[in-house]
Design a protein around this ligand. Structure first.
Ligand code: ADP
Ligand code: MG
Length: 650
């Protein structure tokens, strides 16, 4: 049975347990506790989209939770809106706030983003406090349980409403994340540059991610209002936001079960940390577990003494400490802090990641080695054949006029002209630092040239965004491989095929026929692209685990996914074993034979000279020679440049 089936069985068992919970444990206190866990889980599904998938930090989610709660509360108090109107309104309003929260994320990342989102959360709390005419300020708002068709729901009935909402949220989030939208979220985390160059606008998808995430926070917040029946500004404080973040990390990012586990941990943590007897028991169990693991690992010699020493000392120390303590209340925050440290150091993939690792002890690396050995990058006839790209009549596909790229005093490109003919392979060579990669970055819109223009297909593209340029038909690979590391080879290529999806978020949520059709078509094209570059056997492996040479081939497949007219290859042969070079050359020729124009930057002279129709030579940002490969090779300025720079023509 594979991993996917296993996680489904776990989820379904869990849902069944949640469904019968109120009948097994009819205690209202515990029912309310589980209800809170479910509500937090909805929020965490959303927070995980931002934190786990797009890799942004948000300390503003307690604020969004507050916006959801208060929208539902205020709409009930002021307008008497029923549950069915108030909850969707809360979702919509919070989604708008999510778009606002996304704005700083478009400009800053990391600690700066943490600061800005924290400020956002604080401002929301202050607004709730001060806008007394709406929110009643610090006094708070009372909201009774919702009324469905004239019947006021009981505590248990409301529990089921929350459970249904959680399951719906789970399905929606699952579908979104498995779709092209979810792949875009992940892609922008692993390599924003590559994401833009695949025509997937980082800007747009960051906003999408925050909006979807906020909508879930809005749903959670409004459910919370009816659950507590009383809301006040103090709830949505700094501690809550930290607690949410901790829950995502503890449970394990990028998993729904992780969000549920994380929610359970943070809801129960406060009560756990207020009962010394219970805390002693748990500390002892934890310490015994860690010691047992350590002994096992030492015996099997998987880990060194140094590696296991710290967790053992820490957990045993904590257990001993718990017996020495009289009362725990004063120490709550300290223990809390220590737990965070422990998780950050030793459970980086959270509880779910830890459990997965326990079960998946098969050596991934050896599986990849076996698969790589089997694959040969041979261009097979049944593999991908693109639609022939016809020339539109103009002589050149690409025309660069007097491109100047200045970095401070350095002219990385100094008034370079470059004309690239339709359906040709145009070699671009030159010593290191001569401006070749800079030229690629100018062509793809990553750099705005200081002066000069780039025309593609007769239209000036200078000034357009990288994603617009990509969608107009220019695809590229990168000198420093820019794959989406945590995604599989298939998913990487599917990001290249993102432009083939026209379905919107509603299609995705309802899994409409259009959505299915598009996905099936994209997957078929993806499989043939992977076959074309000889990576079929490695299709389901994470890109970061592939050998370096294969990663370069994967980048080519991903770029071809854009169905480009112009393909820019920046040193594709770097890292390839010499035996694979003829295959690479055959691949480039075949791409050209289908009418796709190729610009090839390469240090292997035999590759460039072997496949190029025309070669241009750059040196210190200037074009020093251009022409047929054989002529260029004999050009005195070229010989001088290569010998003079000491790098040699290799
Ligand atoms: P090549 O690809 O030919 O080896 P590059 O185009 O990468 O060379 O670099 C050309 C020159 O421009 C180098 O001197 C490099 O240091 C400089 N350069 C490239 N990108 C930047 C940048 N973003 N900021 C400052 N200098 C840069
Ligand atoms: Mg370079």
């Amino acid at each position: 049975m594979n991993m996917k089936n296993k996680s489904w069985i776990v989820i379904i068992t869990l849902l069944a347990a949640l469904a019968i919970f109120p009948t097994i444990v009819p205690n209202p206190y515990y029912i309310h506790l589980v209800e809170t866990i479910l509500i937090y889980a909805i929020l965490l599904f959303g927070l995980d989209i931002v934190v786990g998938y797009t890799g942004q930090v948000s300390l503003g989610h307690a604020g969004l939770f507050g916006v959801g709660s208060y929208t539902a509360g205020v709409l009930f108090v002021k307008l008497g809106l029923p549950f069915f109107a108030a909850v969707p309104a809360a979702i919509a309003v919070t989604a708008c706030f999510g778009a606002v929260l996304a704005l700083p994320a478009l400009r800053v990342t990391g600690p700066y983003l943490a600061m800005v989102t924290l400020a956002f959360g604080t401002i929301i709390r202050i607004l709730i406090n001060e806008m007394t005419f709406l929110t009643e300020g610090p006094i708070g708002i009372k909201v009774p349980k919702p009324i469905f068709f004239g019947h006021k729901l009981t505590e248990v009935e409301y529990y089921y409403v929350v459970l249904v909402c959680m399951v719906l949220a789970l399905i929606v989030v699952h579908r979104v994340l498995k779709s092209h939208l979810g792949r875009a979220f992940e892609a922008l985390r692993d390599s924003p540059v590559a994401c833009d160059c695949m025509g997937v606008s980082v800007y747009r998808y960051k906003v999408y991610a925050f909006v979807v995430s906020a909508a879930l926070a809005g749903l959670a917040g409004s459910l919370y209002t009816y659950s507590e029946e009383y809301i006040s500004p103090d709830t949505y404080n700094f501690e809550l936001t930290i607690l949410f973040l901790l829950a995502v990390i503890m449970g394990g990012r990028k998993t729904r079960s992780g969000a549920l586990i994380g929610a359970a941990i943070v809801v129960m943590l406060p009560s756990l940390l207020s009962d010394i007897e219970l805390f002693r028991k748990i500390a002892t169990v934890l310490a015994s577990g860690v010691v047992a693991m350590a002994v096992y690992n030492l015996k099997k010699q998987v880990k060194a003494v140094r590696e296991v020493a710290i967790p053992v000392v820490a957990t045993v120390g904590m257990a001993a400490f718990s017996f020495w303590l009289e009362s725990i209340t004063d120490w709550r925050l300290t223990i809390f802090g220590l737990m965070i440290l422990f998780v950050v150091y030793y459970l980086q993939d959270g509880v779910v990641g830890f459990v997965r690792e326990l079960f998946a002890r098969v050596s991934k690396q050896s599986a990849i080695k076996a698969a790589s050995a089997k694959t040969t990058p041979v261009v097979t006839s049944k593999a991908w054949t693109p639609a022939y790209v016809a020339s539109n009549g103009s002589a050149n596909l690409l025309e660069v006029k007097q491109a100047l790229m200045q970095f401070g005093g350095l002219k990385a490109l100094n008034l370079v002209d470059l004309n690239v003919a339709h359906a040709s392979v145009h070699g671009l060579i030159g010593p290191n630092g001569s401006g070749k990669s800079t030229m690629m970055n100018v062509l793809t819109g990553i750099y705005q040239p200081t002066a000069g223009t780039v025309s593609f297909n007769g239209k000036v593209i200078t000034g357009q965004t990288p994603s617009t340029i990509a969608l107009s038909g220019i695809a590229r690979t990168f000198q420093n491989v820019q794959l989406f590391g945590e995604m599989t080879a298939t998913d990487n290529v599917l990001v290249g095929l993102h432009h083939t999806y026209k379905s919107n978020i509603l299609d995705v949520i309802f899994n409409t026929p259009r959505c299915k059709r598009e996905d099936a078509a994209a997957r078929a094209e993806c499989a043939s692209l992977l076959a074309f570059v000889g990576l079929s056997e490695l299709a389901e492996h994470e890109a970061r685990n592939l050998p370096y040479g294969k990663q370069r081939l994967l980048e080519i497949a991903r770029a071809l996914g854009l169905r480009p007219q112009l393909l820019l290859l920046d040193e594709p042969a770097a890292g390839l074993p010499p035996a694979d070079l003829p295959d690479l050359m055959a691949m480039v020729k075949k791409i050209r034979d289908h009418g796709i124009t190729v610009i090839l930057i390469e240090h292997h002279m035999d590759v460039v000279m072997g496949v190029s129709d025309t070669v241009s030579v750059l040196d210190f940002g200037q074009k020093i020679a251009e022409g047929k490969p054989a002529d260029v090779q004999r050009h005195p300025a070229v010989i001088e440049a290569y010998l003079g720079s000491g790098s040699g023509a290799h």
